[in-house]
Design a protein around this ligand. Structure first.
Ligand SMILES: Cc1cc2nc3c(=O)[nH]c(=O)nc-3n(C[C@H](O)[C@H](O)[C@H](O)COP(=O)(O)OP(=O)(O)OC[C@H]3O[C@@H](n4cnc5c(N)ncnc54)[C@H](O)[C@@H]3O)c2cc1C
Ligand SMILES: *[C@@H]1O[C@H](CO)[C@@H](O)[C@H](O)[C@H]1NC(C)=O
Ligand SMILES: *[C@@H]1O[C@H](CO)[C@@H](O)[C@H](O)[C@H]1NC(C)=O
Ligand SMILES: *[C@@H]1O[C@H](CO)[C@@H](O)[C@H](O)[C@H]1NC(C)=O
Ligand SMILES: *[C@@H]1O[C@H](CO)[C@@H](O)[C@H](O)[C@H]1NC(C)=O
Ligand SMILES: *[C@@H]1O[C@H](CO)[C@@H](O)[C@H](O)[C@H]1NC(C)=O
Length: 531
């Protein structure tokens, strides 16, 4: 076994690779592994491959080889750490997936070696960040290798504090807490437990009307490509790949380090207010007014949810302002909401880290969930139509759920064109837009089919109605989409073609399409398109 580990020479040299030759046509995985210090001939389960014999059980060979190479970083099926890991997903559906093994890398080169072992054996893989995608297969893989980024959890400020290096295994609550000690923050998620996968789908944050989405505030990505090369990607280094990673999801590489731009962050104001059905018209007006008013005052943020819980309807508004607020003399943009008397309110001056705990508590894990996303032009009457249909058609069937409205404001969409633009299919000229997240919660798997059907029917009815009213947009937001939705193609033909050509350049063997089958692929919906 002494010849197994060799001096590492290869992976890092990739920065010198010519931009049009990411992978030669005669790319040899065995040699690439060799360059990473792994002698395939010395791994009994893989030696057959060097002699061009096929493997009877690709994933058994891949997992046992990773175990030999990496020891305790590899969690074998049936072990206690493996069981603890698989139960650690937000949704029950994702927690019931059983990978052949779980790999917990601590360095980019570990990730590089795993991709190469997957290619050599043809054992497929999935990558887990914070594990908040509700449907199975996006960050977990039945019978394959689940790569969890959890051990790569650095949070370090750069020397001038203008950026922070954030490991892909972090959760936003920990990031904000640490950076908050320096009165800084980054543009990221609004729930403490969500992970960095959010950046790859866009990333709606409380600060988006000022700074844009999470993906618009990335200084650099460290990415491991399909051929195991470790690249630093910035608006000027590999700018096409940088563009694709801003909204293109998991189709281009595995991010091993995010360098995010920091923003000043002191106390802010925020919390939730709960309202009865009598307030719905006023809430809809307040929502639309705040979305329209973002150009004058971009410091506010809102999520307006019309919930039905065990048959009872109520609305909840998650309201934020990026400075402390005196509720007796609030900024004008909050006034309409604050004028509506709540059943319950817990708005306070708080830290960003504390604010994010609320959303995590309101959406606790451990149940069955479905997300469905759609985007329409902002319109008060259509909001009322959507609310009523949800309350009537889907609300009563689920154990819990909501139709949640968020705004894509004009100033937020304007920020999308920073640094060469992003891959999402939105234009400020169409704004403001309203995003609907249809959020369905239940416990008994026997209800899966009925609820998927009810949700699909609502989405289709809403699409038809939006078209009639001239309010329809194609765009489907990746982070809130469900597995039957055609996300990446919804960005538009031109963006799709560009994304495909970038994938072809950096991943000519389509490793991230074929060997990493989960999540939103370039070709469309994970479970086949229905909408
Ligand atoms: C309670 C809750 C709150 C939410 N709040 C927000 C919000 O405020 N704003 C918003 O925009 N969205 C929000 N979302 C949606 C969220 O952005 C998505 O669920 C997102 O996919 C979560 O990222 P994750 O890392 O936790 O999940 P994961 O399921 O682990 O990852 C998501 C996808 O990204 C891929 N991925 C993860 N890490 C990497 C990596 N390092 N390299 C390559 N691919 C990777 C995974 O393979 C997977 O396909 C929320 C969801 C929930 C459940
Ligand atoms: C890859 O390289 C190894 C070691 O040099 C060699 O034995 C093997 O035949 C090569 N594989 C292919 C497919 O060319
Ligand atoms: C790789 O392993 C094989 C089989 O054990 C051995 O013969 C060979 O010398 C090793 N190569 C190197 C460079 O150590
Ligand atoms: C929040 O901060 C504002 C501005 O400093 C202050 O006027 C207000 O009293 C604070 N609210 C609470 C509840 O402390
Ligand atoms: C944040 O939360 C912690 C823990 O609950 C609490 O001790 C602290 O006072 C809170 N700080 C603010 C400013 O909200
Ligand atoms: C789930 O639903 C089925 C079919 O309605 C029922 O037979 C079963 O008892 C339910 N399971 C639980 C745990 O409630």
């Amino acid at each position: 076994m002494k010849a197994l580990f060799l001096a590492i020479s290869g992976a890092l040299a990739g920065n010198a690779v010519a931009q049009d030759a990411f992978e030669p046509t005669d790319f040899n995985v065995t040699e690439a592994l060799f360059a990473n210090g792994v002698n395939v001939s010395a791994l009994s389960d893989l030696a057959a491959l060097v002699e061009k014999r096929s493997l009877s059980s690709p994933c058994t060979a891949a997992c046992s080889s990773l175990k030999l190479i990496f020891g305790s970083k590899l969690l074998s099926s049936g072990s206690e750490p493996y069981d603890t890991f698989t139960s650690g997903y937000w949704s029950n559906q994702a927690a019931f997936v059983n990978p052949a093994c779980v790999f917990r890398p601590s360095k980019a080169i570990d990730v590089s070696t795993t991709i190469l072992v997957s290619r050599l054996t043809q054992c497929p893989f999935a990558v887990k960040g914070g594990g908040h995608t509700a449907f199975p297969g996006a960050s977990s893989i039945e019978g394959g290798i689940t790569i969890t980024m959890e051990a790569m959890n650095e949070i370090t400020l750069s020397s001038n504090k203008k950026t922070a290096f954030i490991g892909p295994g972090n959760r936003w609550g920990a990031v904000y807490k640490k950076l908050g000690e320096h009165n800084l923050a980054v543009i990221g998620g609004r729930a403490s437990d969500v992970g960095l996968g959010l950046v790859l789908g866009g990333g709606i944050s409380h600060q988006s009307s000022i700074y844009g989405y999470a993906c618009d505030n990335v200084a650099s990505y460290e990415v491991v490509t399909a051929s195991g090369i470790i690249l630093k990607v910035t608006p000027t280094l590999f700018p096409d790949l940088y563009w694709a990673l801003r909204g293109g999801g998991n189709n281009f590489g595995i991010v091993t380090r995010f360098e995010l731009e920091t923003i000043p962050q002191g106390l802010m104001w925020g919390g939730t207010r709960v309202h009865t059905q009598a307030s719905y018209p006023a809430l809809i007006d307040a929502f639309a007014s705040m979305a329209e008013g973002a150009t004058e005052d971009p410091k506010s943020a809102q999520i307006l949810s019309f919930a039905v819980t065990a048959g009872n309807a109520a609305a909840q508004i998650q309201l934020e302002y990026l400075e402390p607020v005196d509720e007796t003399n609030p900024p004008a943009i909050l006034q309409k909401y604050l004028d509506i008397p709540p059943l319950m309110a817990n708005t306070l001056n708080r830290t960003l880290a504390n604010d994010t705990v609320m959303l995590t508590n309101q959406m606790p894990g451990g149940r069955r969930y479905a997300f469905w996303a759609a985007t329409y032009k902002l319109d008060r009457e259509f909001m009322a139509w959507l609310q009523a249909r949800h309350e009537k058609d889907v609300g009563p069937l689920a154990d819990q759920g909501a139709l949640a409205f968020q705004a894509f404001t004009v100033p937020a969409m304007e920020q999308m064109s920073k640094k060469g633009g992003n891959a999402l299919g939105l234009s400020p000229a169409d704004g403001p837009l309203m995003h609907t997240l249809l959020y369905v919660v239940w416990d008994n798997a026997s209800k899966d089919e009925q609820l998927n059907k009810a949700a699909l029917d609502l989405m289709n009815a809403a699409k038809a109605e939006a078209k009639d009213r001239n309010l329809y947009t194609e765009f489907i937001y990746l982070n809130y989409a469900g597995p039957y939705q055609n996300v990446i193609p919804s960005y538009g033909d031109e963006k799709l073609a560009k994304l495909k050509s970038i994938a072809k350049k950096y991943d000519p063997a389509a490793v991230f399409q074929k060997l990493q089958p989960g999540g939103f692929k370039l070709e469309g919906a994970p479970y086949g398109e229905t909408i």
